[in-house]
Design a protein around this ligand. Structure first.
Ligand code: MG
Length: 339
């Protein structure tokens, strides 16, 4: 296998302030290329095919090929950590005052839908108290946890709370089509169908909104191409990377400004610290669309040389990405010239 084309490779491990998506920290690699640092941080449950897309997205950053923003900032939603109803009231006040966002996203999908009802009701009253009645929007993410029957029963109740959309109430296109037949007015967003199943035709049939995660889908250019092919409203969303990858995601959202809804890019607030000195924290509900890069002091303090597990994972992703033709020839050339 040819030597991996990077000037430098660093590893980070960032604790989360609260456990989220069943993890309590994020880790990944920072890869230095001729035009800057990229990020390779696939989740531990991703396979090598998914890792290869993530690496292609890193190469795009390393070679200066991230799409150019059309606007200076992009609006974001705030994200609520999973909590009990009483704690959610404080959590809404905290994230709305911290980020200035008027849209909050929360996870639901409990088997006991009474629990989700209580949680969403608490979030609605807290949002109304913060922003004025019905001024704030709520996004629900079920992460494919419900059957059609459970989704229909739960969402019939939940829609009274002013829901902007519900993300993947069920896992498959067939289930989502059945749910759509039962609830024709339900706004459905898809995420796993795109980044995990890569079923773009199926997504186009069932979705009102597409959640596009830049790194798992292979980079900003691929996301712009997909957005144009799908022709639906887009939510650009992070995969909880460091602010290096997050800032790339903000540039991609800003390159799509007409099609883009508030982006899911406020996840840096979940990090105890970041791989850069100026993390991408929203102000007035917006983040800047400008690439953030690490300085040498921050790299020395907060990153380490990569361990053998991550280097093996990187090598396998590199092999797969090259054989799958995921890295454009001019990027490959630029990377090989520098190393
Ligand atoms: Mg999701």
């Amino acid at each position: 296998m040819p030597r991996f084309p990077a000037i430098d490779i660093r590893q980070y491990r960032i604790p989360l302030i609260t456990s989220f998506r069943d993890i309590d920290h994020r880790e990944g690699l920072l890869l230095q290329g001729p035009s800057g640092w990229g990020e390779f941080a696939p989740f531990s449950d991703y396979g090598v095919e998914q890792d290869a897309f993530w690496l292609a997205a890193a190469f795009e950053m390393m070679t200066g090929q991230v799409p150019k923003p059309l606007v200076a900032t992009v609006p974001v939603n705030a994200i609520l950590a999973e909590q009990e109803p009483a704690a959610l009231t404080d959590e809404v006040h905290r994230v709305v005052s911290l980020t200035g966002a008027h849209t909050v996203k929360m996870k639901v999908g409990s088997t006991d839908t009474a629990i989700d009802l209580a949680r969403v009701a608490a979030v609605r009253s807290a949002l109304d108290a913060c922003l004025g009645d019905a001024n704030g929007a709520i996004r629900l993410d079920v992460n494919c946890q419900w059957s059609v029957a459970t989704a229909a029963a739960a969402l019939t109740e939940l829609m009274q709370f002013g829901i902007e959309y519900v993300e993947q109430p069920c896992a498959t296109v067939g289930e989502l089509e059945q749910l759509r037949d039962e609830m024709p007015d339900l706004p459905i967003a898809v995420d796993e169908l795109l980044r995990r199943d890569r079923d773009f035709a199926g997504a186009a049939r069932v979705a009102d909104v597409v959640v596009l995660k830049v790194a798992p889908l292979g980079g900003g250019r691929e996301v712009l191409r997909l957005a144009s092919e799908l022709g639906l409203p887009v939510v650009i969303s992070s995969a909880m990377e460091s602010s290096i990858g997050l800032s790339r995601d903000a540039c991609v959202a800003a390159a799509l400004s007409e099609q883009a809804l508030a982006s899911g890019l406020s996840t840096a607030v979940l990090h105890e610290f970041d791989a850069v000195s100026q993390p991408l924290i929203p102000r007035d509900g917006q983040v800047p669309a400008q690439l953030v890069q690490p300085d040498s002091a921050t790299l020395a303090e907060r990153t380490t040389p990569p361990n053998s597990d991550w280097l093996a994972r990187l090598a396998a992703a590199w092999d797969t990405a090259r054989h799958a033709g995921l890295v454009p020839a001019e990027q490959l050339q630029a990377l090989q010239d520098q190393s």
